[in-house]
Design a protein around this ligand. Structure first.
Ligand code: TRP
Ligand code: SF4
Length: 521
């Protein structure tokens, strides 16, 4: 049903090769990803390893590469390091029992809460009803189970917030506002929606957009959305909407005309060289820069000739206008009052145009900050682009994908501890045909669902233990029978303890302001 999202410009493939079509990020499709690499190349998700050094005391899911990708997480990491406000939010569709795959996200939220973030967990009941057609009674039941597990694992509801989409009026108001920034063609391009798609399903999309920006309603702040990569289309749209609702855009410019980022690098270069071509080096003229660019054949090796050409054209058209760096505020959605206020507030030399303001003294950062301040003072949201982190999907215990609809493929957090034990004992492994071969060749821990259980859950924070299992397996010292027995016992213990904590959490839940039995007409 889904097409490759098309609302962002096509990325040039770094290897010059054609993009493979085997990954489609579809929030409502089957979520398997065979090739995580292509998520970086095709969709522009960034590698988590690149920000890992910026995270103080990272979670074990980060250390072990389970969290493999991100968008803009550096902002969140910085806020965390510097003790600045930040938030974390994720949502759960209550379509079945919470299972060990959901536990990854619960843990991610709880960890961010422990690091001092404002943390939100939401029940995506509107989405479950509209996109999956689940009846409300079932939704209510599952909603309770998700929340109990989240509490049992350590979510602090007095510090953080739990809500159901259907019960949150502020959220729905925000969804309505955001909905006026998205049209049907865009939904079609991103999600493959068509004439048969219900209006409620589309409403659940704008509701998710509102979820993602909800933590910033009090105050704009870096926000991380921990999710599986199938949710990336939602994250990208939310990042887009955050920008679209802003009152002002801030860019850099060198003259009155607009230039794209590629042209700006060429302009910057010309500006740097101004002494070599300007009659008055303090007042280099656009036309002089144009001639210099035209004459410097060597530049063609550094910049795209087509970019040079378009830059030269613009410079020529600007004629004698001085070439001079500045920051530009573009009026996107500003009220008249806000625009006036920004003119007033921009200190130093500036020039005011009909729909933009050029400032010659503010730095880019100072300009961004000022734009947000003025927006907030005049009733705007001032949203920052939300960030995301992506975790790998767990392999099913029976091989293939872990699926809520195949009980043997996953372990539900509500499974009887003995059932959990039994599921691990009968799981597929990465072992060899015989013990002898295993001793000789070693096991294939990298392809083993049982090893995943250790790494994603059973070893907890104990890296030594996870490494020991791995090394013993690939070294041929560990045999699958014993290995599974050990894992099965740990799983049983985990489930016993988790379910006790769930029982204890019932009391806490009763005190919370969340209605799991709403009256519906
Ligand atoms: N669409 C998500 C899912 O299918 C659930 C969800 C709703 C969500 N709102 C969200 C996830 C906000 C992250 C952030 O599981
Ligand atoms: Fe998997 Fe353990 Fe067997 Fe290695 S020894 S393949 S980790 S079950």
């Amino acid at each position: 049903m889904n097409e490759e999202p098309t609302h962002e410009p096509e990325e040039v493939q770094p290897d010059g090769g054609a993009a493979t079509d085997d990954v489609a990020l579809d929030p409502w499709g089957s979520s398997t990803v065979d090739d995580y690499r292509s998520l970086f190349e095709q969709f522009g998700i960034e590698e988590f390893d690149d920000v890992l050094p910026e995270v103080t005391d990272p979670h074990y899911l980060m250390r072990r590469g389970v969290i493999f990708g991100h968008r803009g997480y550096d902002r969140v990491a910085r806020a965390m390091r510097e003790g600045e406000p930040f938030a974390a939010l994720s949502g759960f569709m209550p379509t079945g029992d919470p299972h060990i795959g959901h536990k990854l996200v619960f843990d991610e939220l709880i960890w961010h809460q422990e690091q001092g973030g404002d943390t939100y967990g939401l029940i995506a009941d509107l989405e479950a009803h509209s996109a999956r057609g689940l009846p409300w009674e079932e939704i209510d039941e599952h909603a309770r189970d998700y929340i109990l597990s989240l509490l049992a694992l350590g979510f602090d509801p007095t510090e953080g917030e739990l809500y159901r989409q259907s019960e949150n009026r502020e959220l729905q108001d925000l969804a309505f506002e955001l909905g006026s920034e998205v049209n049907f063609s865009e939904m079609e391009a991103i999600y493959g929606f068509g004439g048969e798609t219900s209006v409620s399903h589309m409403q659940s999309v704008v509701t998710q957009m509102a979820d993602i920006l909800y933590p910033q309603l009090d105050e704009p702040k870096p926000t991380v959305i921990p999710v599986g990569p199938d949710q990336d289309p939602h994250v990208r749209l939310a990042r887009d909407l955050a920008a679209r609702t802003r009152y002002f855009g801030v860019t850099e410019a060198y003259a009155s005309f607009e230039a794209d980022p590629a042209e700006r690098t060429v302009l910057a270069r010309a500006y740097e060289e101004r002494k070599s071509f300007a009659d008055e080096p303090d007042r280099p003229r656009c036309v002089e820069a144009a001639d210099w660019l035209d004459e410097h054949d060597a530049l063609a090796a550094l910049y795209d000739p087509a970019v040079i050409e378009s830059t030269v054209e613009k410079l020529h058209a600007a004629g004698k206008e001085p070439l001079r760096p500045r920051v530009r505020f573009l009026d996107r959605n500003a009220t008249e009052d806000a625009f006036e206020a920004l003119i007033e507030a921009a200190e130093g030399e500036k020039r005011v145009y009909e729909a933009h303001i050029d400032s010659f003294e503010l730095s880019r950062d100072a300009a961004e900050e000022l734009a947000r301040e003025v927006e907030l003072a005049h009733g705007g949201y001032g949203f920052r682009a939300p960030s995301s982190i992506y975790h790998r999907f767990m392999t099913g215990l029976t091989g293939g994908k872990m699926s809520s609809s195949v009980p043997a493929s996953h372990i539900s957090l509500l499974d009887d501890p003995e059932t959990g034990y039994g599921k691990v004992k009968s799981a597929t492994t990465g072992g060899r045909e015989t013990a002898e071969r295993q001793r000789e060749l070693g096991g294939r821990a990298d392809e083993c669902p049982v090893y995943e259980l250790y790494a994603y859950l059973l070893a907890g924070d104990d890296d030594e233990f996870a490494k020991e299992v791995y090394d013993e397996c690939v070294g041929g010292e560990r045999l699958c029978g014993d290995c599974k027995e050990q894992a099965a016992v740990l799983m049983q213990e985990f489930l016993e303890e988790h379910q006790e904590k769930r029982e204890e959490a019932r009391e806490l839940l009763a005190e919370l302001d969340i209605d799991l039995d709403p009256k519906r007409v």
